[in-house]
Design a protein around this ligand. Sequence first.
Ligand code: SF4
Length: 264
Amino acid sequence: MKINEITCKTGLSASRLPGLDYALNPYRGCEHNCVYCYAPSVLNEKRKWGSFVDVKRNLPNVLAKELKRKEKGRVGIGTVTDAYQPVERKYEITRRCLEVLLKHNFPVCIQTKSSLILRDVDILKKFSEKEAGFTITAIDDEARKYEPSSSSVEERLNALRILEENSIRTWVFIGPIIPYITEKDIDKLIENIAEAGVKKVIVDRLNLKPGVWKKIKTFLSEYYPELIPNYENVLFTKNDYFENLENKIRMICGEYSIKCEKAF
Ligand code: SF4
């Protein structure tokens, strides 16, 4: 993994994601290296994804200057790459940005796959408006095969429980749905989400931005070669696979009084 310390000129950018006014990404590149990641295509990044991280060393200072003149708004942290990927343990850029945001009392919303977020509960709980979401796509640790550097599912569920106990509102992003894998023990996954105290689930389909299918097919060839024809059917023919699974997830969530939404 090549870690590059860089400087940035801007911190906050306008966000087009629903419910967010700004986006803040302390890192470019992501150690989690999820097989379905389409961030390289969003960033037009040509370097091999998962082989580098650019650390925005001066981001907290840039942010502090920006917040003096920006209108208050909700800040999504880690909207493109995970703000709590392993490199954050050393650099603490996300933590220092949170300190700055807290000083100006900007609402924050964080999405991650890492229990490292728990390190910052002391700061997060001081915000008047805060929430955190974890991506969980399967209850068994199948996910570790396609999200190799992220926390285990058990760690993520435990982190959700702790965040809730600290009055930090949480949600789970079941996305992208990994065909024939997410559906396994989906009842058990939602039962565990409910037990953690989570009240909202967001569901999303696999997004085949450029380069994603090639990576998924390579991954399937290694772990689930027998599923390749099924994937080709689900992803490249007209069918209702995702719709049926989404309906099932919504129904099970309903049994636990969990609100279930589709991603935008
Ligand atoms: S955590 Fe997000 S940004 Fe990082 S590799 Fe996975 S999908 Fe991509």
